[in-house]
Every structure is written in structure tokens, then in C-alpha cells.
Design a protein around this ligand. Structure first.
Ligand SMILES: [Zn+2]
Length: 119
């Protein structure tokens, strides 16, 4: 069994803090989060990230992901939605200035010496 750590902040420094539903309860010294030594609920966050990469970059469907990770399709949908919500809504910058320098190299590059063309 892996060493006990806080389920919220992963801190491994904690003190016993009474009992809850006949489980030993602990309080982490880091942030004071309360937790018990029971199995962590839900799917490992690293697996969720992996699922999102598979979904967004590899074209794996939510149905296939749900079978792969043995969760419901709705769960996969929630992971994807949460991941999308975390992405900042940055406006895409439209290029309004063309780098003329690059273009100049393309046009005149062959006429120049190598050390001039590749600065
Ligand atoms: Zn904590």
C-alpha cells in the first residue's frame, strides 16, 4: 500500500484527527484538509489527462475511451468539459504584420553567401 497522503494537496505530513464512520480521520498540516485512509474515489488525474489527449489529438471517441478506462461515457464527457473549461479563453491573434525578413531570405537567399543568408 502506498504511503498515506492528503487527498487534496498530496501532503504527507498529517496528524490524526478523530474518527469518521469508523475510519481513522487525518488532518494534513499543509492546508488542514481532512481525509481518511480509504481508497481515493474517481479515476487517477493522470489517466484523465491521458484520456483527454487521446480524445483531442488522436481522435479516439468518448465511447471507446469509456470502455478503455472502464467508466461511463458521461464521465468521459465531464472530463473533456472540465479540461475545456480550464483552458483560458485567449483570442487567437491574427497576423497583421508579415515578417518581410523571412520572405527576403526566400527570394534572395540563393544569391547570398551562406554566412549572410543564415544569420
Ligand atoms: Zn491537504
Amino acid at each position: 500500500m502506498s504511503p498515506l497522503s492528503c487527498k487534496k494537496c498530496c501532503s504527507q505530513s498529517y496528524v490524526k484527527s478523530g474518527h469518521i464512520r469508523s475510519h481513522q480521520r487525518y488532518r494534513c498540516k499543509e492546508w488542514g484538509c481532512q481525509f481518511t485512509a480509504t481508497k481515493t474515489r474517481g479515476v487517477n488525474p493522470a489517466l484523465k489527462s491521458f484520456a483527454i489527449v487521446l480524445y483531442s489529438h488522436c481522435g479516439v471517441s468518448m465511447g471507446n475511451l469509456s470502455k478503455l478506462f472502464k467508466v461511463s461515457t458521461v464521465a468521459v464527457l465531464k472530463w473533456v468539459r472540465n479540461a475545456a473549461a480550464q483552458i483560458e479563453d485567449k483570442p487567437v491573434q491574427k497576423p497583421d504584420i508579415i515578417m518581410v525578413d523571412e520572405f527576403w531570405h526566400f527570394v534572395n537567399g540563393k544569391k547570398q553567401n551562406l554566412d549572410v543568408a543564415s544569420h
